[in-house]
Design a protein around this ligand. Sequence first.
Ligand SMILES: [Ca+2]
Length: 161
Amino acid sequence: MKELWHLSALGILLLIPSGEASTDCPEGFVSFFADPSIPMETCLLFAMDRKREWHEAHTYCNSLRSELANLDDGELHWQVIDYIHRNPDMLDEAFHIGCTDEVTEGKWLWVNGSPVRMGPPHWFYNQPDGGTRENYCCLYYDDFLYSSCVNRQTMYTICQI
Ligand SMILES: [Ca+2]
């Protein structure tokens, strides 16, 4: 019911047939519908068992047959922010997602190789910065917009199926 409650809190009326989409996510993953007009589910895991460096986080998601989260569908980003704000233990934290400029400085790509949309509204003001010291984007408290984070920084992880 958490998912239904979450969606209803957004004012979205979405009827999920019993036994279908809302139960398709693996245990521990949370169901999101990025676009309520298209009933396509995505499943996110907020991995808070421990904090990891970005590459370790990438490997961890892959071990769960998932990938670091791709929030390029902007609506999904807003839903993730909303979800974090409803979970007090997440509020003072940062989260790895699946974008990096480690291959070519300044060229930000999702882990599937697609380009990351730059600038507002998804990046925090003046982000990314830090040059080659900051090659991984994260959702950083307390707004959870994209920021570039220091390369070896450990934090929680968002995986996606
Ligand atoms: Ca960089």
